[in-house]
Write a protein that binds this ligand. Sequence first.
Ligand SMILES: Cc1ncc(COP(=O)(O)O)c(C=O)c1O
Length: 426
Amino acid sequence: MDTPVVLGGSPLGRLPESPWPLAAGPERERLARVVESGVWAFDGPFEQAFEEAFAAEQTARFGLCVANGTVALQLALEALEIGFGDEVIVPGFTWQATVAAVLDVNATPVLVDVEPENYCIDPQAAEAAVTDRTRAIIVVHLYDGIADMDRILEIAARRRLAVIEDCAHSHGSRWNDRGVGSLGDIGTFSFQSSKSLTAGEGGFITTSSATLRERLYSLRNCGRRRPGSSDAEWQPIQSGNYRMSEWQSAVLLSQLEHFPGQLATRQDGVRYLDSELTTIPGISTTLRRPQVTRQGLYGYVLRYDEEAFGGLSGRGFQEALSAELGTTIGPPYEPLNASPLLQPHTKPRHHLNDDYWRRIDPRQYRLPVAEHAYRSEASIIPHELLLLPTSELALIPAAIRRLSRHASALADRQRSSRAVAAASPA
Ligand SMILES: Cc1ncc(COP(=O)(O)O)c(C=O)c1O
């Protein structure tokens, strides 16, 4: 009766489809207003209203909509006048865009490892990587973690470095009641379709510096001066078109109306899963630091200890759990020292000179914490599943308990299928 699905049993239940993106607000009505208005882009009323509302949500003074989260990072670096000859410290455990943006401004990304407790940049490793060329640290608030901003900001102040917060995973999160993206010099967000606030595509930049705001406006808008800017703050700057459309702003403004309720439901889901999962031997969660006063998230991270499950590998656990739940629970991002999505040497324009070419090779880095998380320890429960009622979310701990009860049989099955694969001719 209790046999796991991958051993031939029947599922305990099925997690219902949790649609994402979810059109939950007045998207259609606002989109129709855009059609009729004839203002389809360029500082339209929905764009301006969303900029004000989302900057306030993140407790930043200023906010700017841009084409996507990758461009947001690129413009953040350009606003800080970071370019060739400069080094930028980046966690090696993130989506490839965080590093690609550094390459695209001709600076050198320096990859460092993450903290084992929450997979965000390790402040000690970041400080150890500082050289006289370092200009900035990019922190990534990854999945359900917030980087240790107290330590990062202290290091940055002491070493005179800028801090960019990549908040693509952490809409709504607060650190000591301050929104992420408002703690460093500049924050960046993505509204790509898997994110917890989305318009399919889109990005956002936050800052509380009036000077950076003027630079960022000009950078997203072909170097144009922001209407209403003061002579003291504005300077000519070279750039291109990195704007977002009024369609996206209309959708985002609608999505934002439902965001606080969704955030609260996800936080309840986090609390529930924390309380259930941590009673299962071999399962733990990431560290919830007391400074995190509001927990936004992109994915709930489940930490798994192979030893406690009879040696069943992380991939074997994910396969068995996905089969129980009827939905994919997969690994996190592949660390960027080995990711097929980070290939700087395939782009001739990165060949600025032989020395630079050598310096941008991601394979030179060792990232043991990120590698262990990817290979075996971390599994990601997508944020939209946390919108399910507790009665349905309960299937997750129930399924893991079942796998725990049958861990040795699952591990034996894995060992024998590996033996068969090794014995079969290539
Ligand atoms: C951590 C992180 N940074 C940056 C980005 C880039 O955002 P976009 O896809 O909107 O360009 C993403 C998107 O997946 C991300 O996850």
